[in-house]
Design a binder for this molecule. Structure first.
Ligand SMILES: Cc1cc2nc3c(=O)[nH]c(=O)nc-3n(C[C@H](O)[C@H](O)[C@H](O)COP(=O)(O)OP(=O)(O)OC[C@H]3O[C@@H](n4cnc5c(N)ncnc54)[C@H](O)[C@@H]3O)c2cc1C
Length: 526
């Protein structure tokens, strides 16, 4: 018997486990389907390039065929390990635009999700090496650092953006988001600082905190409208953990709605179709799926300065012996935020990540030679997708219908075309002259809207930010209320990226940890 049972030790789950178990009177159980985060590629930031295809730490999802993307099934990596996706992500520390949160306050009907109300929780989480100021915290567990190693091409990218008339920025999370510059990363002394590093490992010896890995939660037990326990499978046996106060789902934007549906909470017809007894008809579960779609421009480099073909052994030796060098790099060192002509207000609608290497198909398509890649994504997609059950078997993967570029006005596609165009404008800058070789993708002659549209349909991929599938709100389709309580069920909350009503304009790790910081206070006060 525990007070709280948390499902999922990812970005949100680790924060919850720490904050809830800080009260020695609360007995907290944290269940994680994956294993421990021992793998060295998790901890060496540049190891991300090697982690990418490693099945042992990854749910390794693929979407259903995407109609607007030539019916391709897109690969969606998600962390299945202590730290969750924060153990395999690219470590860029970004919060989004301040007004994104004012939108949340409106959607949830609660000013506690507005920017001025959530900023203290970002700061409480953050341990920025630059120190504290109006926008930043320095004392929080999540260490945020400036790059130790900077590839010369990343500096060239920033210079080229300046030439293209785009603003410079030395802090994407300060007074203004727009601009180009160096990403700060969730790293500490050159090593990844995942949610597990920041929040879980330091408190593992608390007697009131139990962490069980290799435990796949397969059902929340609901009795008389109240969540009372979680059933999970571990080493072939089903076990049951009782929750006296609350069950907290932190399985992420794919698994939290899946687990709700497996527990009989979701669209009644869809549940019955799988033979699942309906505990509560909640049609919005799994809906409202949003993600950032990304298009890459790849150029050959005429000088051997990129990260392509670095000797793994030399990088690892320098990293482990001297704690510096390319091993400390998150690879996406530089980037920026800009407004396309289609932006509907003064918020950036495009984000760029520059990679001084040839990166095709998430790095899974190894390309010979040296080159560099500009990732560009549309930040405010209007298309909506859905997570659906494929089966009532908890071991089966849920179906992902991202529905990219499906909005009726074609707005999302047009933003992607603008993203590809601006990437090229930056890459054409004089700063790249000493390095520029052949453009590999989209490739010579692929200039007009029709050619770029075909290219986007053929090559665009996720940049890993699915959210919204257990949306917070006040209407009939909302899944959780402003305190993240599942509507219609007592003692059950969802606390992870799935509760975002709308996708924020940026990367989603820090916002998810903020959600859990905010929620932990709500949970303890309840
Ligand atoms: C490759 C990649 C790169 C990214 N790069 C960045 C970046 O640079 N910056 C950034 O800000 N964001 C980035 N992101 C996104 C960010 O990491 C995620 O948005 C964030 O981690 C989501 O947090 P979460 O708590 O919702 O889910 P997760 O962190 O995914 O945690 C969910 C956890 O729950 C566990 N779980 C799920 N179902 C069950 C179950 N039934 N039983 C038990 N356990 C379960 C999972 O194994 C996992 O550990 C990236 C993501 C990926 C995948």
């Amino acid at each position: 018997m525990y007070d709280f049972v948390i499902v999922g030790a990812g970005s949100a789950g680790c924060v919850l486990a720490n904050r809830l178990s800080a009260d020695p009177n609360q007995r907290v159980l944290l269940l994680e389907a994956g294993g421990r985060d021992w793998h060295p590629f998790i901890h060496m930031p540049a190891g991300i390039a090697k982690l990418v295809g490693r099945k042992g730490v990854n749910w390794d999802y693929v979407t259903e065929p995407e109609a607007a993307l030539d019916n391709r099934r897109l690969w969606w990596p998600r962390g299945r390990v202590l730290g969750g996706s924060s153990s395999i992500n690219a470590m860029c520390y970004i919060r989004g635009h301040a007004r994104d949160y004012d939108d949340w306050a409106r959607a949830s009907g609660d000013p506690r999700w507005g920017w001025s109300a959530v900023l203290p929780y970002f700061k409480r989480s953050e341990g920025n090496v630059r120190g504290a100021n109006e926008y930043h915290g320095a004392e929080g567990p999540l260490t945020v650092s400036d790059p130790i190693h900077r590839n010369p091409l990343s500096a060239v990218f920033i210079a080229a953006a300046r030439e293209a008339g785009l603003a410079e920025s030395d802090d994407f999370n300060g007074a203004r988001q727009d601009g180009f510059g160096w990403y700060q990363t969730t790293t500490r002394a050159g090593a990844r600082c995942s949610a597990a590093d920041a929040y879980l490992h330091p408190v593992r010896d608390r007697p009131n905190l139990t962490v069980v890995t290799g435990a796949l939660a397969q059902r929340v037990v609901v009795e008389n409208g109240r969540a009372v326990a979680v059933e999970y499978r571990r080493r072939g046996a089903v076990q049951r953990a009782e929750a006296a106060r609350s069950v907290l789902l932190a399985g992420g934007a794919i698994n939290s709605p899946q687990l709700l549906m497996l527990s009989g909470i979701g669209p009644a017809d869809a549940l019955r179709a799988h033979g699942i007894a309906v505990a509560h008809d909640l049609p919005g579960v799994g809906g409202n799926l949003q993600d950032h779609l990304d298009v890459c421009t790849l150029t050959r480099c005429t000088q051997k300065v990129t990260y392509d073909q670095l000797s793994d052994i030399a990088v690892a030796w320098r990293y482990y012996v001297h704690h510096d060098g390319p091993g400390t790099s998150n690879v996406a060192e530089a980037g920026g935020f800009a407004r396309s002509p289609l932006a509907t207000d003064d918020r950036a609608d495009l984000q760029f990540h520059f990679v001084p290497a040839l990166l095709d198909d998430h790095g899974r398509n190894r390309m010979p030679g040296h080159g560099y890649t500009v990732h560009a994504c549309g930040l405010r997609p209007r298309s909506r997708g859905r997570i659906e059950l494929a089966s009532a078997d908890p071991g089966a993967k849920a179906r992902i219908r991202a529905n990219y570029l499906s909005d009726a006005e074609g707005y999302d596609l047009n933003v992607m075309i603008e993203a590809a165009r601006l990437s090229r404008r930056i890459l054409a800058g004089r700063a790249f002259n000493p390095y520029r070789g052949e453009e590999l993708l989209p490739g010579a002659g692929q200039d007009d809207d029709a050619a770029l549209t075909a290219f986007i349909r053929r090559k665009a991929e996720t940049i890993y930010h699915p959210v919204g599938t257990c949306r917070m709100g006040t209407d009939g389709d909302a899944v959780v209320d402003a305190e993240l309580r599942v509507r219609g069920i007592e003692g059950l909350r969802v606390v992870d990226a799935s509760i975002m009503p709308t996708l924020i304009g940026g990367n989603t790790n820090a916002p998810t940890m903020m959600i859990a910081e905010r929620a932990s206070e709500m949970v303890l006060a309840a």
